[in-house]
Design a protein around this ligand. Structure first.
Ligand code: PGA
Length: 243
């Protein structure tokens, strides 16, 4: 039997950020060198601003592994997820280069690059904490609908809905790479603790399906119903009719 993930509803993104920061604080209090992954996207930005405003000291031993990255972008490309998360969180939190494991977007062979990251995670994992966003199609990172529920680090083809959503970041669908590298659902499910951050009314229907619908690879986030320690932190708009 599945236990529904614990849902915590914050009034708005500021309230959700405060709740998420408290959960992260408790993880780091127990394990200062926790291995964590964090999402890019618009949802976590308030959280990163809050963290950067006063928690740097608690993060001085934190180890970070990237959640996902586009394939094929040059080192200076502004669309790199690695650059985004560095700017918003890793740099402000003082996570030094040796405590970061990143995907190299322009690696000559993305499959080999994924194998390199998988090998690192095998040696240093599992994740102590995975903070995740939710795609409007139910994706977690670039684990798109149909992704292997037990999968490890892999190359993924972006779903049409993800391309549309990502077009909003970069000013058009033609600016969105078609493939990415991502931690797999198996890697995410092995995390000791998971936080799923969800905001906005446009996420209400998919959040409801993920939490209360069948556990189905068609909705990758539904697999979270089978993990014993997930905190879903949603704003009132995304939580919609949730109890
Ligand atoms: P968003 O992205 O926070 O920009 O909505 C979430 C996601 O696609 O994982």
């Amino acid at each position: 039997m599945n236990t529904a993930p614990h849902i915590i509803i914050g009034h708005d993104e500021t309230a959700c950020a405060a709740i998420a920061a408290d959960v992260i604080d408790s993880v780091l209090a127990a394990r200062p060198d926790a291995l964590i992954t964090l999402p890019t996207g618009k949802t976590p930005l308030a959280l990163y601003r809050l963290l950067a405003s006063g928690r740097r000291d608690a993060w001085k031993h934190v180890r970070f592994i990237a959640l996902d990255e586009y394939c094929g972008l040059g080192d200076d490309d502004p669309r790199l997820f690695g650059a985004w998360i560095a700017r918003e969180c890793l740099d402000p939190m003082g996570i030094t280069a040796e405590r970061r494991t990143m995907f190299r977007s322009n690696a000559p062979d993305p499959v080999t690059e994924c194998a390199r990251v998988a090998t690192w995670l095998d040696a240093h994992g599992p994740l102590d904490l995975a903070v995740l966003g939710l795609g409007t199609n139910g994706h977690l990172a670039f684990n798109e609908p149909g992704a292997d529920p037990a999968g490890s680090v892999h190359v993924a083809t972006l779903a049409a809905e993800s391309i549309t959503a990502n077009a909003g970041y970069w000013g058009g669908a033609d600016r969105v790479p078609r493939t990415g590298m991502t931690l797999g659902l198996g890697d995410i499910m092995r995390a000791r603790k998971i936080i799923l951050l969800v905001s906005g009314a446009h996420k209400a229907a998919i959040l409801d399906r993920a939490l209360h619908g069948p556990v189905d690879p068609a909705v990758p986030a539904s697999i979270l119903q089978t993990h014993g320690d997930v905190a879903v932190i949603a704003d009132a708009a995304a939580a919609g009719g949730q109890r």
